[in-house]
Design a protein around this ligand. Structure first.
Ligand SMILES: Nc1nc2c(ncn2[C@@H]2O[C@H](COP(=O)(O)OP(=O)(O)OP(=O)(O)O)[C@@H](O)[C@H]2O)c(=O)[nH]1
Ligand SMILES: [Mg+2]
Length: 317
């Protein structure tokens, strides 16, 4: 049995999706915000659940800077995950202000919240993010990185302690890295989604363009290959994008905040930059499914992460 429905996606008011789409009986669909402090594994979890790389990841905090959708469509449900930047309570700049606002904005209009913490236990920064979560939402607590736990007996007391902090709809321990308990998490999420949708074409798994994903891929490699202090001051622009059916030719620029950062990114005899380009090219080639030529340049744009005009040009506004 089917029923006729026209859908307006939450968080996308004004974008009315094609009316009279047939919604199979029992099909569920909705938006699931993934929030938490930096570095707990939010983006890794979304990539794992969606089964595609929709968001870049690194062992450094503040990797994700913007909202990104990851869509998983199954026979009985469409899960629309919203990746968010790790909420920042310490460092203040124009960029972190923007990132925090992204988190607040996403939380206002979703069906389910996945609140992710590290299974090693609650930190002060987790509690600060929890204060932003609306109580009327279905909030599922994800205890991630269980593969790193030495003592799994600690899980039960951690769950009990967590329920004292917030009336979570469910608590699911996972390892996003290994894929442990991800199916169980999807089953739990589906329970809290409304009967509706699908809102997106079942073949689509991200709302971002190939161009955006390519820039993010270059940023990911820089985040992973550069020393601890540098990556936060890095942004990537795509300056040229030529693509036909058989090849792609891309020119990107890595922006750094200070003149002294340029030689660090370039490395000895250009080795670091070559490695960043090599790794990024391999990923982009796989994403586009065709041979790709990638050229990466380094340019200094002083203080861009705290400069309103620069942030706007880079899309962080
Ligand atoms: N051992 C282990 N490591 C994980 C797991 N999930 C994520 N990680 C690692 O944790 C680090 C951070 O992962 P991300 O997915 O970038 O974390 P995030 O929460 O999106 O970080 P921000 O975007 O900076 O807020 C990466 O090095 C991941 O490989 C897990 O289940 N187990
Ligand atoms: Mg992230």
């Amino acid at each position: 049995m089917t029923e006729e429905k026209s859908a307006e996606a939450p968080g996308q008011e004004g974008i009315v999706l094609p009316p009279a789409r047939k919604v199979p009986a029992g099909f569920r669909c909705g938006y699931i915000a993934v929030v938490g402090r930096p570095n707990v594994g939010k983006s890794t979890l979304i990539n794992r659940l969606v089964g595609e790389k929709v968001s870049i990841t690194s062992h450094k905090p503040q990797t994700t800077r913007d909202r990104a959708l990851g869509v998983l469509t199954r026979e009985d449900a469409q899960y629309i995950f919203v990746d968010t930047p790790g909420f920042q309570s310490r460092y203040k700049s124009g960029l972190t202000h923007y990132m925090n606002n992204v988190v607040r904005g996403v939380l206002t209009d979703v069906n389910v919240v996945l609140f992710v913490i590290d299974a090693s236990g609650w930190k002060g920064a987790d509690e600060e993010v929890l204060r932003l979560v609306p109580r009327e939402c279905s909030v599922i607590l994800v205890l991630n990185k269980t593969d790193e736990m030495k003592n799994r007996d600690a899980l039960l007391p951690l769950m009990a302690l967590s329920m004292q902090k917030f009336p979570f709809a469910a608590i699911v321990p996972t390892s996003a890295k290994k894929g442990t308990q991800c199916e169980e998490l999807l089953t739990e999420i589906r329970r809290h989604l409304p009967e509706d949708g699908p809102y997106y074409d079942p073949d689509l798994y991200t709302d971002k363009s190939s161009r955006y994903l390519a820039a993010e891929t270059v940023r990911e490699k820089a985040f992973r290959l550069l020393g601890d202090e540098l990556p936060y001051g890095i942004a990537v622009t795509i300056d040229k994008w030529e693509e036909d059916e058989r090849h792609a030719n891309i020119v990107a620029t890595l922006l750094v905040e200070r003149e002294s950062h340029r030689p660090i990114v370039i490395g000895e005899k250009g080795a670091k930059l070559r490695e960043i380009s090599r790794l990024a090219r391999a990923d982009i080639e796989q994403m586009l499914g065709k041979p790709t030529h990638l050229e990466v340049w380094v340019r200094v744009r002083r203080g861009w992460s705290d400069d309103a005009r620069a942030l706007k040009t880079l899309g962080y506004s």
